[in-house]
Every structure is written in C-alpha cells, then in structure tokens.
Design a protein around this ligand. Structure first.
Ligand SMILES: [Zn+2]
Length: 345
C-alpha cells in the first residue's frame, strides 16, 4: 500500500546522453535498430531505479522510450503522414513543424503496451503511464481530412480509450492524459474538451488522471508565463468541469507559479497531484520549500487525496538537476508526513 502523500512525477525524465541529445525537445536518438531498442530499455530501467532509490512512490517510465509526449503516440497511428509537414502554432505560443492528417485516423495495434509491460516487470510499486489528451493531440497536428477540431478529437478519444484499456491490461495502475491545451482553449474545453477526455477513460478500472500545466521549461513557455500577469486563474475554467467528471486525479502546476493555491478547492472530492517542483528552473528546491508548497495546498485538499509531484515533465532539464529534484520532492514530502502523523497522534 502507498504511504500517505504518495510522491510521483508528471512523467518524463531526462534521457541519458548515450541515448539522445540531452536538454533538447524532440531530441534525435543516438542509437538505431536493435541497439536503440536495448538502449531504451536500459534507460527505462535506470529511470525506475532512480525514482525508487529517491523515494518516488508511484513510478513512471520517465518517457525514456519516446521522443515526444504527443508525436510519438501519433506516429503509430494510421491516417497521419509524417512526410507531409506543416508549420503550426502550438497552443498559440510557438511554431513547430508537425505531421498532417491525410485520412481517417486509427490504431492498428497497441502503441505503448510492450513498453508498459516492460515497466511493470521492473517494479512492484504502482505505475503510472502518460498519454496525450485528445485536445493536445489535435493541437500538435495539421488536419487536411476532418476539417473540424472537434471531429478529430472524438476520433482520438476513441483511439486513446483502446490504448488505455490495453495499458490497464498490462498492469498500469494510473493512466494519465496530458492536456496542457486545457489552459489555452477555454471555449473548446467547455464545448467538447472535457467530454472527449471522458470518452477516453470510458470503462476503465485503472485510476485516471489529467495533467494540465503551463508547459515545459522552454523559452516560448517562460516568455508566455511572463506575460500572464500577477495571478494565473486559468484553472478556474477547467477545474469545476473536472470536479464533476469521472477523472480521478487532477495534476496542476503550483511551486514558483502564480496560480492562487485556493483554486485547488475547486476540485473538492478529487485527488490532487500538486506540482511542488519547478521544472523551468535549474535551482533544486530545498525540502522546506517543497513542504511549504504542500502545506499551503493542504488547506484546500484532504491529506489522503494529495499526491506531491512535479509541475510538468522534466525531459528538458539536465539529468543531475532532475534527479536532485526527485530527492527534494521526497525529502519535503517526508517533512509533511511527519507533521501529519504528529498532529493525529
Ligand atoms: Zn506539463
């Protein structure tokens, strides 16, 4: 059984430099063929060991087998042409060259199930697997076939549900959907965004999570954050809808952000995966800083529903810093656990 305040991460960790160029998004692999397969598995083993050794209770694959949290999933689907690339503006923030939807999208076979099975074999701890959410997927594509963001999102939701059921069968305990787009497209969020996400989790027995954030610590995101003013109230749009939804866990960014912590109160009854580690800074948090963030959240969420986590994925950080941040997360959580035990004694 997990301890109170089980620690976890949003998902990605830096890859070893022998596998892919460090501190780079969409970093090209440095191995190929059978060596690449072996290298990805070795990196995944290391990611699991580092998380376990550093006191992370709910373990992820560190996304060691994927180049990118959205595109690697899409690459395995039919109906998307990776040779036909178009430049689009991602979440209204930065331009990226993305593949084109040229026909009906479908999943011929499971995408991550072999990797998840391998992760399951590496640890007895609960495991969490991240998939992109439907709205974030359509925002990372150029669509020439459906001509409707909503229609394409429903197709992806059905595909994600197939994948999630297969991950559940492979022994994944928590299936997480990454929806940073929920902090940007509020009209769509209300029209069909949360509904599409609920379609993706339909019929699952595994716990489900949605991660909504202000993005990786890359320049386009930090520039955007600098323009958002003194209070970031974006979660006010999604949280009331998610509180009414069938999603079990809501993951948000907190430490070093300008998100008013009382917004956590909008999620009453849900589990809250709280970002107590800043992924946009190389500065490693002290245990006391982590503990302060958790304490402030505990005014708005019950202790048995709080999961200390990172603000977002740590893929773009240097490896040493990311690993030190895992240790800080555990150490800060331990401080608060001790206080909770003392106060209930
Ligand atoms: Zn994120």
């Amino acid at each position: 059984m997990s301890p109170i305040l089980p620690t976890t991460t949003v998902g990605s960790l830096p890859k070893p430099s022998w596998l892919a160029q460090p501190e780079t998004l969409w970093s090209p692999w440095r191995l190929e063929g059978p060596e690449l397969i072996e290298g990805k598995q070795d990196a995944l083993r290391i990611a699991v060991k580092e998380q376990s050794d550093r006191g992370i209770d709910i373990v992820s694959d560190g996304e060691q087998t994927r180049q990118h949290f959205v595109t690697t999933f899409i690459e395995h689907l039919d109906g998307v042409d990776f040779e036909q690339r178009e430049t689009v503006r991602i979440r209204n923030r930065y331009d990226a060259s993305v593949p084109t939807v040229v026909g009906a999208v479908s999943r011929e076979k499971p995408v991550f199930v072999d990797d998840a099975t391998f992760l399951r074999q590496q640890t007895d701890k609960p495991i969490k697997w991240a998939l992109p959410g439907p709205m974030t997927m359509i925002d990372t594509l150029y669509d020439r076939h459906y001509s409707s963001r909503e229609a394409l999102a429903w197709e992806f939701a059905a595909i994600l549900n197939q994948e999630a059921r297969d991950l559940e069968a492979a022994g994944v305990d928590i299936i997480q959907f990454d929806e940073p787009a929920f902090n940007v497209y509020f009209a769509e969020l209300k029209d069909w965004g949360v509904a599409a996400l609920e379609r993706a989790v339909e019929g699952l027995r595994a716990e489900t999570a949605v991660h909504i954030c202000y993005g990786y610590g890359i320049k386009a995101n930090t520039d955007w954050k600098a323009s958002l003013g003194s209070e970031w109230r974006h979660y006010e749009e999604s949280f009331p809808l998610l509180q009414q939804s069938g999603i079990d866990i809501i993951s948000l960014e907190s430490h070093n952000s300008r998100v008013p912590i009382d917004l956590v109160g909008l999620l009453r009854g849900k589990k809250v995966m709280l970002g107590a580690i800043d992924v946009a800074s190389e500065k490693v948090e002290t245990p006391e800083e982590v503990a302060d963030t958790l304490r402030s959240a505990l005014e708005f969420v019950d202790a048995d529903k709080l999961l200390p986590s990172t603000n977002c994925g740590m893929a773009p950080l240097s490896r040493d810093v990311a690993l030190a941040k895992l240790s800080a997360l555990s150490a800060g959580t331990r401080l608060v656990r001790e206080e909770l035990v003392t106060s209930h004694a």
